[in-house]
Design a protein. Structure first.
Length: 327
């Protein structure tokens, strides 16, 4: 599998892994590797789960539903096994615009051809939005019912009738009650996933974490801070475009320097004023929090400039949705 991949912040281009390329020196026969799709309705904890499974933050999170908009691949290599996790947008049912149609195509594409599916729901709950996602899953694809947010369930005995009901809805291979914030639960889930991955050579080097570029991660980090600092005031259709991403070598002991210019795209002038804030304080804070996080992620000195532009109706314009990087 050829791809541009990010290794602890450094972009590399690698070739396909041949049969004799063991990556770690272990015999190929001892290695396991496979695709694991993480699916579920919006805001059920998929990105938090992906970050926990990978062991590092590679997918943005916020309380705002529909935060994840792209297929994001994260890798975890442990022992002889390489897990290739695919985080997906939550399946959209509320608005039938061009953006949501694009996101739903991403979900549908991600659940085909994988070795294992993690169907994430809130423990003890199931509604129409969950059912829409479940209907996408093939009956013959091994699927784990991941009952997330177990820490919010007061009486565990209440899960038994719910579990019986879920088994009638779909032939789940196993039931995994857990909290994505619990390290022991994450290790237990990894052990369960491992059984379903085929014996084959790893696709990535052992220290690789994601196949997404630093430029993409910069865009996502700005968008996360945007959503976190505007709360429910700002519509989810706001997006971020990277206009400039340049690297320079550091001087002396200085780390490499990354210069970023990004545009926050909103649909109305009132949204623009909301993002900028009083005397520019909000956009300044978005930039500062983005810079601090990216400096840790990229191990570099980061300069970032942010601008805000109004593009009315962009989320329902298929050509513009594609031009903004959505599939």
């Amino acid at each position: 599998m050829s791809a541009t991949k990010t290794v602890a912040g450094d972009a590399l281009v690698t070739g396909s892994a041949g049969e004799n390329d063991t990556k770690s020196g272990e015999p190929i026969g001892a290695q396991r590797c496979g695709l694991v799709a993480i699916v579920g309705k919006p805001n059920v904890g998929k990105s938090t789960l992906l970050n926990a499974l990978v062991g590092q933050k590679i997918s943005i999170t916020s309380r705002k539903a529909q935060t994840t908009r792209h297929r994001i691949t994260g890798m975890r290599t442990q022992g002889a096994t390489q897990f290739v996790f695919v985080d997906t947008p939550g399946f959209q049912t509320r608005h039938n615009n061009a953006l949501n149609r694009s996101l739903n195509k991403t979900v549908q594409g991600a659940v085909s051809g994988v070795d294992l599916v993690l169907f994430v729901v809130e423990a003890g709950k199931f509604n129409q939005a969950d059912a829409k996602v479940l209907a996408l899953l093939a009956k013959d694809a091994p699927t784990l019912l991941v009952a997330n947010k177990l820490d919010q369930v007061h009486l565990r005995s209440e899960l038994a009738p719910w579990l019986q009901e879920m088994q009638q809805r779909h032939p789940f291979a196993e039931f995994v009650p857990m909290s994505a914030k619990n390290a022991k639960d994450i290790e237990r889930l990894l052990g369960i996933c491992e059984k379903y991955l085929p014996e084959q050579a790893w696709w990535y080097d052992a220290d690789e974490l994601t196949d997404r570029s630093e430029k993409f991660l910069a865009s996502e980090t700005v968008r996360e801070k945007l959503f976190r600092l505007t709360g429910d005031e700002l519509p989810y259709t706001s997006t971020v475009i990277i206009d400039k991403f340049e690297e320079e070598p550091g001087r002396g002991k200085q780390k490499r320097l990354v210069k970023i210019a990004a545009t926050i795209v909103v649909e109305r002038d009132t949204h623009k004023a909301m993002v900028i804030g009083d005397k520019g304080e909000r956009i300044k804070r978005i930039g500062t929090e983005t810079r601090v996080e990216l400096e840790k992620l990229m191990d570099a000195k980061v300069f970032i400039e942010l601008w805000v532009k109004v593009r009315s109706g962009w989320a329902d314009d298929e050509a513009r949705v594609r031009s903004f990087g959505y599939e």
